[in-house]
Design a protein around this ligand. Structure first.
Ligand code: DO4
Ligand code: MG
Length: 275
């Protein structure tokens, strides 16, 4: 089952059919412990409205904070060591990759998040910008993972590499995060064979593409959530991006009008253009 947020209401899709969800508040869905049972009940008791979502999708977020984990894949560790070597930051990334405590950082408030088919941004004062395709966990206020969506942790590598203390500026700015298209509601973890793929189109040309699987992730999603919830409360739940395993070559930077396509098959494809 996948839930979608639109300007005109919320919908659940099951077996190719869409059902309307009553109630105006997205938060109320994310806050439920019994979300899957609740949605099954709605589907059982109502008629489908058809096999297409009737309205444009919005980012599947209302009042949640977005957080992110870093250096959870070997590829991210190597990329960070390389980009920060002139600034002497390399050792920190190696140490966090093998430490028990993960790197967790604040990523976005809802207004900084772009939805499906809307525009993400690169910072005006950055010279080296990349998308980071990541599995995003949807976590309720009691720390239960209730679903999964696709996330893009837009990042300014030149700012991040200049000094590790610049991380918040490299990561947090208007439309630096994208989420969507919907939230996959499922019991239990996603299989380790689940693939995350990234495609970047420039005009009609494919500029970059790559894929990883969740088997390449060093951290377990439930442990990331456990650390995030230590002495931290999320009254409306939160999103937690789980880190990138795909980093384009160092010669690559995003351009305005590039199209970023991130696919996690059971969830869908998150498509955003760079402003
Ligand atoms: O410490 C830098 C952030 C790394 C990151 O965002 C990632 O690995 O996805
Ligand atoms: Mg990231």
């Amino acid at each position: 089952m996948i839930i979608y947020k639109t300007m005109q209401g919320h919908y659940v899709e099951d077996a190719g059919q869409y059902y309307r969800l009553e109630g105006p508040f997205w938060d109320a869905l994310i806050m439920r412990d019994d979300l899957q049972e609740y949605l099954s009940d709605v589907i059982r008791k109502s008629q489908p409205i058809g096999d297409e979502l009737p309205y444009a999708m919005e980012a599947p977020i209302e009042n949640q904070e977005v957080w992110a984990a870093g250096v959870t894949y070997y590829r991210s560790r190597s990329a960070r060591i390389e980009e920060s070597k002139d600034a002497g930051g390399g050792d920190f990334y190696d140490r966090v990759y093998s430490a028990d405590r993960p790197e967790l950082f604040f990523k976005a408030t809802p207004h900084r998040v772009a939805g499906p088919n809307s525009k993400v941004r690169i910072r005006r004062d950055a010279t080296w910008s990349v998308p980071e395709p990541e599995l995003a966990l949807v976590v309720n206020p009691r720390g239960k993972i209730v679903g999964y969506t696709v996330g893009n942790d837009m990042s300014s590598r030149d700012i991040e590499g200049a000094n590790p203390l610049y991380l918040p500026q490299a990561k947090v700015y208007d439309k630096s995060c994208a989420l969507g298209p919907g939230i996959l509601i499922t019991q239990g973890p996603l299989p380790l064979s689940t693939q995350i793929s990234l495609e970047i189109l420039r005009g009609s040309k494919q500029e970059f593409s790559a894929a990883v699987t969740l088997a390449d992730m060093k951290r377990d999603p439930t442990t990331l959530v456990e650390y995030l919830f230590r002495d931290n409360s999320f009254p409306r739940g939160c999103f937690l991006l789980t880190g990138t395993g795909i980093v384009p070559p160092d010669t690559f930077t995003l351009h305005s009008k590039d199209e970023i396509r991130i696919t996690i098959a059971p969830i869908g494809t998150l498509v955003n253009e760079v402003e």
